[in-house]
Write a protein of this length. Structure first.
Ligand code: SER
Length: 319
C-alpha cells in the first residue's frame, strides 16, 4: 500500500472495525483511512468518518470517488445469532453489501478485504482440525451468506481480476470493543463480568469448544494478508485461520487463576445449537504456508492481557 493511497472501511464502529480502523491509521496515517458506518462513532474520530449504508451502492461509489479510495475493508455484516432472528434481512444486508463492494472494486480497480467465518462450516464438516477444503453445510443464514460470499469473491477474482482477499475468522476476543449478535460473544462478555466482580451467566454450555483468536492476532493476520504479494495467495475464497480453541469452562478456569472468586453459571439458549454446528478446532496450514501466518496468543496469555486492560478501563470509569 502506497503512502498516498486511501482505504475505506465499512462497519468501522463494529467489534473488529473499531480496532482495525485504528491499526490502519497507525500503520499509514489518520487521513488515509476513511471510516464508515450506519451509526456515528461514540468517540471523536481522529480521521475522516462518513455515514454509509452498505446497501446504498451510489453512496459507496460516491465516497470511493470523493476520497480516491484504493482499498476497501468490508466489515459490515449481520452475525450468526442476530441473523437467525430475521434471516431474509440478514441475507439482504450480507449479500447486497458484498455485491456493492465487489462491484465498486471491479469498476474502480480496488483491492478488497471481505472476511468470512468459521460459520461456513456445519453439517458433515469434520469438527476437529477442520481442513481448508472441508464440506461446507452452514446451519445459519450468516453462514450461508458467507459461503456464497466466498464463492462470489473467488468469481470476481477469476472473472474480473479483482484482488479480493479473505480470512475465515474464528470468534474474536478483544478489550477495545464489544461484539454484537454473535455466538462467540460470550468470550468477551465473560471478562467484563470478571473484572466487575460479578457472576457470569453463560449462554453456551460448559463444554462447547469453539475456535477463538485474540484481537491483536486477528488484526495482524488481516494486515499481513493484505500486504502479502498476490502471487503467494493460492486461495481466493477464504483462508482458514486459527490460534486457540477453548470451552466456557476452560476460559472460566483460566480467569479463576487470576480472580479466584469468579463465578459462572450455564444457561444455554438458542445459540447453543449454532455453536454445536461449528468446528471445535481449525487446521490453517495453507495460511501458514502461503503467507506465513503465525499466531501469538493462547488462552493464558490472552486472559492476562484482557484482564489487565479491562481493569484499567473500569478503574478509569469509576475514578
Ligand atoms: N463471531 C461470529 C459469530 O459468532 C462468528 O464469525 O457470529
Amino acid at each position: 500500500m502506497k503512502k498516498n493511497e486511501t482505504i475505506l472501511i465499512t462497519g468501522a464502529n463494529g467489534q473488529i472495525g473499531t480496532v482495525l480502523t485504528q491499526a490502519l491509521r497507525d500503520a499509514y496515517s489518520a487521513e488515509q483511512v476513511v471510516a464508515t458506518d450506519i451509526r456515528r462513532p461514540q468517540a471523536q474520530s481522529d480521521g475522516p468518518f462518513e455515514m454509509l449504508d452498505v446497501l446504498d451502492a451510489e453512496a459507496l461509489n460516491g465516497l470511493v470517488k470523493k476520497y480516491k479510495v484504493r482499498q476497501i475493508y468490508h466489515l459490515a455484516a449481520i452475525l450468526s445469532a442476530k441473523g437467525e432472528q430475521n434471516p431474509q434481512w440478514a441475507w439482504d444486508i450480507n449479500m447486497s453489501g458484498l455485491f456493492n463492494v465487489l462491484n465498486a472494486a471491479k469498476e474502480y480497480g480496488l483491492k478488497v478485504f471481505c472476511p468470512s467465518s468459521i460459520a461456513v462450516f456445519g453439517g458433515a464438516t469434520p469438527k476437529v482440525d477442520t481442513p481448508q477444503d472441508a464440506v461446507l453445510q452452514p446451519a445459519t443464514v450468516y453462514g450461508i451468506s458467507k459461503v456464497a460470499g466466498e464463492q462470489w469473491s473467488e468469481y470476481y477474482h477469476r472473472r474480473y481480476g479483482v484482488d479480493v482477499r479473505s480470512l475465515r475468522y474464528p470468534g474474536i476476543v478483544g478489550y477495545q470493543s464489544l461484539p454484537g449478535g454473535g455466538t462467540t460473544d460470550y468470550a468477551v462478555d465473560i471478562y467484563h463480568y470478571a473484572v466487575k466482580g460479578e457472576p457470569y451467566e453463560c449462554f453456551l454450555a460448559e463444554n462447547s469448544r469453539l475456535p477463538m483468536m485474540y484481537m491483536d492476532d486477528a488484526i495482524r493476520a488481516t494486515l499481513e494478508l493484505m500486504e502479502a504479494p498476490a502471487a503467494q495467495l493460492k486461495i481466493r475464497t477464504s483462508y482458514n485461520l486459527a490460534a486457540m480453541s477453548f470451552t466456557p469452562a476452560e476460559i472460566a478456569a483460566e480467569i479463576r487463576r487470576q480472580r479466584p472468586g469468579f463465578a459462572i453459571r450455564y444457561a444455554p439458549d438458542f445459540r447453543q445449537k449454532i455453536a454445536e454446528s461449528w468446528p471445535e478446532s481449525i487446521d490453517d496450514t495453507p495460511a501458514r504456508q502461503d503467507w506465513g501466518w503465525q499466531h501469538a496468543y493462547d488462552l493464558p496469555k490472552m486472559t492476562i492481557d484482557m484482564l489487565r486492560h479491562l481493569e484499567t478501563y473500569y478503574h478509569e470509569l469509576t475514578s
